[in-house]
Every structure is written in structure tokens, then in C-alpha cells.
Design a protein around this ligand. Structure first.
Ligand SMILES: Cc1cc2nc3c(=O)[nH]c(=O)nc-3n(C[C@H](O)[C@H](O)[C@H](O)COP(=O)(O)OP(=O)(O)OC[C@H]3O[C@@H](n4cnc5c(N)ncnc54)[C@H](O)[C@@H]3O)c2cc1C
Ligand SMILES: *[C@@H]1O[C@H](CO)[C@@H](O)[C@H](O)[C@H]1NC(C)=O
Length: 417
């Protein structure tokens, strides 16, 4: 998200993982080895080649790499049922600073813990491949995309969503996206789009929504039944392309964007969503949107210290703020500043002390390492936001595996040696 894998202001080395993309699926043991440079799309496609009822909890964007995604935890449409991607990793082979290849046994449980959510990318070594425990998915799932305009009570409904989406059964995932309202001239309001994955048939989903989320007014015509692998294509925002699109690393239009994140512990009042309307209506809000990713269910079960990713029980959803820009990159600052203002506006309504952030939505605004030397005090500012107390253990692991701080970037885990 901040280009940390290929930008630095000192001499640096780029290790190109483009050819490390093989995925070796073993249906019988329900496991797979995936190489560190594969994409999420390649992973899902190769699993589906072997089985229509096995999958893996990945995110929605098929061009994201497993290397970064797994090392930050990784949440997505299956996380309410199966937890993070990192929760389903059972082994890995890591190349350390001395060029030695370590597996789970030889690296030890602390380092194996650290690379599953500690933003491992660029801190501990290079993950050559990961061993995954695959999860069961039904052969037919149901999806829908429903948009509510301002005059369809968008703010009321997204306000209700906060009480419902994190409490639904673990088969149901409803993502809420808030952009400015279309043709919003003078409307000064937001709209909301709900995108859902249901691990079952549409009849069941419709009756579930009638009972649990009647405000949505979901009807059967809104729902599409499809195979699991098609739902992966659907969430990657394609409709008519063959599933091979998942292997295409350049299929999505290339765009520049910047993100920030938050965690929400208590439902936010409706007036706060109302207040976003005039902000989104400003010129600089035109490329912006917020993704509200519901947690709860399985996400509440692991203790905070089980992996470095600490945002478990007590968090009802995460927010990703994103903004793009117009053609001229020199204008990007004004859009980013607008998003910083939205983030400030949210301060009282989100997690506090620390104001938590999700490392996969990497954000250099929340602090960076000292330029010349790694300074624990300074790093702990952003470190506690991403990892809470787990940051201390990450620093210990880093100091043992890479004391000289060979693997580093603006927000790499510091060595205190
Ligand atoms: C369009 C889009 C959608 C997204 N959707 C989601 C989502 O649904 N859920 C979610 O949790 N996140 C999501 N993300 C965030 C994503 O998980 C992070 O941006 C992640 O860091 C991307 O990993 P990468 O390997 O593609 O990126 P890179 O920039 O290549 O890598 C990120 C970091 O990891 C390091 N790294 C990469 N591979 C390895 C390896 N094999 N060994 C060691 N270090 C490595 C890099 O050096 C770098 O420091 C999304 C991102 C985008 C761009
Ligand atoms: C909006 O909400 C009002 C009051 O709660 C309700 O009467 C109306 O039917 C709703 N409109 C839509 C389109 O859902």
C-alpha cells in the first residue's frame, strides 16, 4: 500500500518473486504449499482445479500477493467462518539473513508466530513458501450487491448494519462500502453498497435477511447462486470473464491510491454517517470511499496473542479509507489531505489508546522508523497501533533472527541489539 517493497531512499535490493508462483494442492490431506510470489487469484484458481469444495480465506483482490497478504494476517469474506489467512497457515520455509532455509521446526514457534501477522514482509526474512490448511466451502454459494441511495435511507441502513453484520451466523459476510452519492450534486449525502457472500442457497439467505436485516429489503432477484470459484471472480469485480482471469496479474486497471484504517468497537451514531455526506460531497472527496469489513463470529475466538494480529474480540468491524486521484499525480496531496481530515473526523468514534490500525492497510502517516538508526520509542508509536502488546514480542524475535537489521523499511520491526 505504501510501495515499501520497491521504493527506498538508500541503496537497496529488490528480490523479484515473480517466478515463485507454484501452488501444490493435496486434496487428500486438505493442504497446499504455495510459493511466496503467488497471487491470491492464482492460489484460489489452483485449489479450484483440484476441488470444488475446498478454498482458502483470502481477500477480495486477486492480484494481491500471498507474501504480503499472509504476513499481515489477511482478512476477507471467509474470515468470519475461518479466521484470518494467517490462522490457517501450518508451516513455512523462510530464508534468513544468512541464507539458511528454515522450516517451522527449525525456525521455532516464536519466529513462526511472527511471520503470521507481524507484517513479516521486509522484517524477518524471505518466505519461500507457505503450507496452508485448506477449508471447506459449499459447491454452491450465493452473492449479492445491493446499493442504497440517499433517498433509500442509506445512512439509516448502514447504521443498522453495524448491529447486524458482526452478529450474523458465520456463513454470512456483508461488506459495506460508502462512497459519495452518485449524481450527488446538492445531495450532500453518502450512499452505501452492500456486497455479500453467503455459504448456502439464495432461498435461505433471503429468509435470513427478512428476519435479521429487513431494512435491506433483499429479494431473491438480488441474489446470484454460483460456484465458490465464481464468487472469487465476482468479488474481484469481474462478471463475464472466465475464471482464468484469476491468473491474469494485469487484469485490473492500474491506479494509484492511498489508504488508512481504523477499528470500531461500538456502533457509531447515525449523525456521524450523516456528517460524512457534506465531506464526501466536496471536490476532493470524489475518488474516496470507505470499506467496512465486518468481524465477529470466528474472528472473536482466537486470543489477542495467538498471532501478532491483535484485533480480535471486541472489534465489530474494520474500516479501510481509500482515495485515488485525478490524472495528475502532482494533485494527489489534496485528495490525501481530504482523507486525513475524514480520518480525524472519526477520532472519537473508533478505537482509542492506541487508535488501532491494520498493518495490511499500511499507512506511513502513523509514524516511521528513525532514518539512521532504529529507535524503539519511535517505532512503538506505530507498532502498538498495528500489533498492540504483541509488538514487544515481535521486537524480541527480530533482535534474535536479524540483529543487524538487514531487512528493513520505514515500518519494519526494529532490532534492539
Ligand atoms: C486492491 C487491493 C485489495 C486488497 N484487499 C485486501 C483484503 O481484502 N484483505 C486484506 O487483508 N488485505 C487486502 N489488501 C492489502 C494487502 O494485503 C497488502 O497490501 C499486502 O501487503 C500486499 O502484499 P503483496 O505481496 O501483494 O505486496 P508487496 O508490496 O509486494 O509486499 C508487501 C510487503 O511484504 C513483503 N513481502 C512480499 N512477499 C514476501 C515474501 N514472500 N517473503 C517476505 N516478505 C515478502 C514486501 O517486501 C513488502 O514489505 C489489499 C490490497 C490491494 C492493493
Ligand atoms: C425510509 O425510512 C422510513 C422511516 O423509517 C420508512 O417509512 C420508509 O419506508 C423508508 N424508505 C425506504 C425506501 O426504505
Amino acid at each position: 500500500m505504501e510501495g515499501l517493497s520497491y521504493v527506498a531512499d538508500a541503496p537497496f535490493v529488490v528480490i523479484d518473486l515473480v517466478n515463485l508462483k507454484s501452488v501444490d494442492v493435496d486434496v487428500k490431506s486438505r493442504t497446499a504449499w504455495v510459493e511466496g510470489g503467488a497471487t491470491l487469484g492464482e492460489l484460489q484458481y489452483r485449489i479450484a482445479e483440484k476441488s470444488g469444495t475446498l478454498g482458502f480465506p483470502t481477500g477480495t483482490c486477486h492480484t494481491v500477493g500471498v507474501g504480503g497478504y499472509f504476513s499481515g494476517g489477511g482478512h476477507g469474506p471467509l474470515s468470519r467462518k475461518y479466521g484470518l489467512a494467517a490462522d490457517n497457515i501450518v508451516d513455512a520455509r523462510l530464508i534468513n539473513v544468512n541464507g539458511e532455509i528454515l522450516d517451522r521446526k527449525s525456525m521455532g514457534e516464536d519466529l513462526f508466530w511472527a511471520i503470521r501477522g507481524g507484517g513479516g514482509g521486509g522484517s524477518f526474512g524471505i518466505v519461500f513458501d507457505w503450507k496452508l490448511k485448506l477449508v471447506h466451502v459449499p459447491s454452491t454459494v450465493t452473492v449479492f450487491t445491493v446499493t442504497k441511495a440517499p433517498q433509500q435511507n442509506a445512512t439509516q441502513i448502514v447504521h443498522r448494519w453495524q448491529y447486524i453484520a458482526p452478529k450474523l451466523s458465520d456463513d454470512t459476510f456483508i461488506l459495506a462500502t460508502i462512497p459519495r452519492a452518485e449524481a450527488s450534486e446538492g445531495q450532500r449525502s453518502i450512499q452505501v453498497t452492500f456486497r455479500a457472500l453467503f455459504l448456502g442457497r439464495s432461498d435461505m439467505l433471503v429468509s435470513l435477511m427478512e428476519k435479521q436485516f429487513p431494512e435491506l429489503r433483499l429479494v431473491k432477484q438480488d441474489c446470484i447462486e454460483m460456484s465458490w470459484i465464481w464468487s472469487v471472480v465476482y468479488f474481484a469485480q469481474f462478471t463475464t470473464e472466465p475464471t482464468e482471469i484469476l491468473l491474469d496479474r494485469t487484469a485490473s486497471t492500474k491506479s494509484n491510491f492511498k489508504v488508512k484504517s481504523d477499528y470500531v468497537k461500538e456502533p457509531i451514531s447515525e449523525f456521524v454517517f450523516k456528517g460524512m455526506g457534506p465531506m464526501f460531497d466536496e471536490y476532493e472527496g470524489r475518488f474516496a470511499y470507505m470499506n467496512l469489513v465486518p468481524y465477529g463470529a470466528r474472528m472473536d475466538e482466537n486470543p489477542e496473542t495467538e498471532t501478532p494480529f491483535p484485533h480480535r474480540a471486541g472489534n465489530i468491524y474494520s474500516i479501510m479509507y481509500a482515495t485515488g486521484q485525478d490524472e495528475e499525480i502532482t494533485h494527489s496531496e489534496k485528495y490525501i489531505n481530504w482523507m486525513r481530515r475524514l480520518h480525524r473526523y472519526m477520532t472519537s468514534f473508533v478505537s482509542k489508546s492506541p487508535r488501532e490500525a491494520y498493518v495490511n492497510y499500511r499507512d506511513l502517516d502513523i509514524g516511521v522508523n528513525d532514518k539512521d538508526e532504529t529507535n524503539y520509542e519511535q517505532s512503538s508509536i506505530w507498532g502498538f497501533k498495528y500489533y498492540k502488546k504483541n509488538f514487544e514480542k515481535l521486537v524480541k524475535v527480530k533482535s534474535l533472527i536479524d540483529p543487524q537489521n538487514f531487512f528493513k523499511h520505514q515500518q519494519s520491526i526494529p532490532s534492539t541489539v
